[in-house]
Write a new protein. Structure first.
Length: 150
């Protein structure tokens, strides 16, 4: 192994305080948007827990209430808990904020050209409107499936 020693000192800018991101509104919005990932994790874990409880069910040729007891507990006792309902409302609001900020960012992140022979970009409002239309369409489909299965 080489015994060469480097005399370079890495630059580590001093951080005055842990609330540095509150001093600039851009950084505040960014940190709130990144913080919504923690709440998205809660939503994913909640869905995985529901799938696990469904997997625990003993569904034979004729399903009985005792066979689907784990999933019934998940639906009634777990999802019906006021704390979980409140957390789900907070998760919904945070994910809507995440979607709105992402849709505003998307035209800057993805360059969509009008056609392959031109360098003219698609207008920002077209991209943003397409994303909101896709969100509305997905919401209608999901709610339609949910209400049709009840």
């Amino acid at each position: 192994m080489s015994e060469v020693k480097s005399f370079r000192k890495p630059y580590n800018p001093p951080v005055k305080k842990m609330t540095w991101w509150l001093e600039n509104s851009f950084y505040t919005k960014y940190m709130i948007r990144e913080g919504t990932a923690v709440l998205a994790l809660f939503a994913v874990l909640e869905i995985v827990f529901g799938i696990f409880m469904l997997a625990l069910c003993d569904i034979g040729p004729i399903p009985t209430l005792s066979g689907i007891a784990p999933y019934a507990w998940y639906l009634q006792s777990f999802l019906g808990n006021p704390v979980i309902i409140a957390l789900n409302v907070v998760v919904l609001v945070s994910q809507l904020y995440h979607a709105i900020t992402w849709f505003a960012l998307m035209p800057s992140a993805v360059r969509v050209f009008m056609n392959k022979n031109s360098t003219e970009l698609l207008p920002r409002w077209v991209i943003t409107a397409g994303l909101y239309a896709a969100l509305a369409g997905a919401t209608v489909v999901i709610l339609g499936v949910a209400f049709l299965t009840v």
